[in-house]
Design a protein around this ligand. Structure first.
Ligand SMILES: Nc1ncnc2c1ncn2[C@@H]1O[C@H](COP(=O)(O)OP(=O)(O)OP(=O)(O)O)[C@@H](O)[C@H]1O
Ligand SMILES: [Mg+2]
Length: 425
């Protein structure tokens, strides 16, 4: 019998906290639990109210644990926000084997050498992503292990972030009784579940447009090249609609989603005698906000257009700054919850002047009905990243979990988990 291993990912977003619990057998990933709850105490990747953040993370985790029938002890967590920065660096080592065969240890050493960059003491390296290795003078090598040579060089993409932000995330997750096994930058996570190998090879930019952030990552020759975050997202669109229509944020969110869904069939109820008042180009919203009957769709299109244009212009400025604007023939791929917004592709094509598509998360099976939308790309990608980047048994949530075969066992573990959680200050 193959051993079942459990991977858990928590995407700590500004709009929602998403938890996915996946079971891995023979490298096949099957989702056995998931949950998405409204986010609290977190804004643009930064914990701004630890008690509220703990409450929301705990709520999301408990729902996913219940569905999966596992108590989770370790998880990979997304990290996001404007504090994220990246740079590319090189590392060089001499191959240790006198016969010149490159070992896994040499690869580790050279990757470590690439980390020797000068960053302020209040920042932490989150990722060292090897782009290319050079063995003696032969470059463009993706995996040098087992090859012959005397000098090993790596070019790596390094992503770093604020130590304080990261510490507070760890603190919040620990308070729900879960150890952080790894962090993953949201943009990288989404790129793993969304981009095709061809797109990564040709050159592309991924934009995860969430609630309050747009996390970006550029790829070229199959590897990440540049990462950055723009502090605007879908909640700003909602805010603009609320201002434009003078309605509440809750109503504006529902109006935005109805407009985006193209739900043309939603009609004013004939019993109210309003039917004839709803013009062909208008959207009926009387059931969302009784003070409003309808709104011209063109008006909503304009509000959405203006804010998306601002987001894409900021993204374009950042790409131009990187110097890689000419290296993106596969265009832009948009994901994140805002990827569902009407007009999101058209405005991007106009501003970025490149091909654009909306990307949905791929690569996992099981209980995925609720996590198939673009809002779940980062959480799904985190699971896939963990699958690719750990063979270490201790990285998996086996110890506490194990499959709970009976309700009795479930209750005992549940009671113990609550007891231990209550001891955590
Ligand atoms: N059907 C829809 N149509 C339009 N917008 C939508 C739809 N569904 C979700 N959104 C928008 O997506 C945004 C949330 O996206 P997502 O869940 O990716 O954010 P998040 O990951 O919590 O936030 P962030 O990554 O910025 O911290 C919200 O602003 C919401 O209005
Ligand atoms: Mg997000």
């Amino acid at each position: 019998m193959p051993k079942e291993r459990i991977i858990t990912a928590i995407d700590v977003g500004s709009s929602k906290i998403c938890t996915i619990v996946a079971s891995v057998t023979y490298r096949k990933v099957s989702v056995i639990g998931n949950s998405s709850v409204p986010s609290l105490g977190i804004d643009r990747g930064v914990v701004n109210d630890i008690d509220k953040a703990v409450e929301a993370i705990s709520n999301s985790l408990e729902k996913a644990e219940k569905m999966a029938g596992h108590a989770i002890s370790r998880a990979i967590i997304t990290v996001n926000g404007q504090h994220i920065e990246s740079e590319n660096s090189t590392g060089v080592v001499a191959v240790s084997d006198p016969e010149g065969e490159i070992s896994a240890q040499d690869v580790l050493r050279v990757n470590e050498a690439a980390q020797a960059i000068s960053i302020p003491s209040n920042r932490e390296i989150i990722h060292v992503l090897p782009r290319d290795y050079v063995v003696d003078s032969t470059g463009n090598i993706k995996n040098p292990e087992g090859m012959s040579g005397i000098r090993l060089e790596v070019e790596a993409h390094i992503i770093h972030g604020s130590s304080t932000v990261i510490k507070n995330l760890v603190k919040s997750v620990r308070q729900v009784g879960v150890e952080v096994s790894d962090f993953i930058y949201t943009g990288l996570a989404s790129s793993i579940s969304v981009l095709t190998d061809t797109e990564k090879e040709l050159g592309t930019v991924l934009l995860d447009i969430g609630g309050r952030t747009t996390s970006c990552i550029l790829y070229q020759n199959g590897s990440p090249l540049y990462s950055f975050v723009v502090p605007i997202g879908g909640k700003h669109l909602t805010g603009d609609i609320a201002v434009g229509l003078r309605c509440s944020l809750d109503s504006a969110e529902l109006i935005k989603q109805r407009h985006s869904s193209g739900e043309e069939s939603k009609k004013a109820p004939s019993s109210l005698g309003l039917e004839e008042n709803i013009k062909p180009g208008d959207l009926y919203i009387g059931d969302i906000d009784p003070d409003l009957t309808s709104v011209p769709k063109k008006f909503l299109d304009q509000i959405i257009h203006d804010r998306l244009e601002e987001i894409y212009t900021l993204v374009l400025t950042e790409i131009k700054k990187s110097g890689f604007i000419e290296k993106l023939p596969a265009g832009a791929i948009i994901t994140g919850g805002t990827g569902e917004t009407r007009g999101v592709v058209e405005v991007a094509k106009k501003v970025l002047n490149m091909p654009v598509r909306v990307g949905f998360p791929k690569g996992i099976t099981g209980l995925i009905d609720e996590i198939e939308g673009p809002a779940y790309s980062a959480c799904v990608g985190s699971i896939l990243y963990k699958l690719e980047n750990s063979n270490d048994e201790s990285d998996y949530s086996n110890v506490l979990s194990g499959v709970m075969k009976s309700e009795f066992l479930k209750k005992i573990v549940g009671a113990l988990a609550s007891f231990f959680k209550s001891l955590v200050p």
